[in-house]
Design a protein around this ligand. Structure first.
Ligand SMILES: [Zn+2]
Length: 153
């Protein structure tokens, strides 16, 4: 990681600051940074960055899964998990995500801000529920009807 940061700052630019949204500021103009980035951010650098990202993800997950304990539920005679808090629960759901098979997608209904889990093979699914899908179908129908009326008064 230190090696990567050394080469990144030596060959592309010295980092002044960065925020949690990924915005990076340098001690140089954006134009100069872009030029050096295009010249020096090669496959070797990309590969190193991906390796660092993978290590970071696994360490972040493993650290935040410490609040999970196996429990045996004698009422149902089945195994379960005790989860200490909400954040741990969120990390636990990431832990069980299967990349390449499932992903979270934002509902395309502008009046809804839910995210839903989709299989990557079902690329057509746009809405979280049938009610969002129906309301958008109605909305699009009304919009088309209005446009048609505008064209043919
Ligand atoms: Zn929705």
């Amino acid at each position: 990681m230190i090696d990567f940061l050394f080469h990144y700052q030596k060959n592309i630019g010295i980092i002044k600051s960065f925020d949690s949204f990924g915005k990076v500021e340098y001690y140089d103009t954006d134009e100069n940074i872009r030029k050096r980035y295009n010249l020096n951010f090669d496959d070797k650098m990309k590969k190193a960055l991906i390796e660092i990202a993978k290590i970071t993800i696994s360490e972040e997950l493993e650290y935040n899964l410490q609040g999970i304990y196996p429990r045996y539920d004698v009422k149902t005679m089945s195994p379960s998990w005790a989860i200490s808090d909400m954040l741990t629960g969120i990390y636990f759901s990431i832990f069980y995500m299967r990349p390449g098979l499932e992903l979270y997608r934002k509902c395309e209904n502008p009046n809804c801000d839910r995210w839903f889990l989709v299989k990557t093979t079902s690329t057509k699914k746009k809405y979280c529920s049938s009610s969002c899908s129906n309301s958008m179908a109605q909305r699009n129908h009304r919009k088309r009807k209005k446009e048609l009326e505008k064209r043919n008064p």
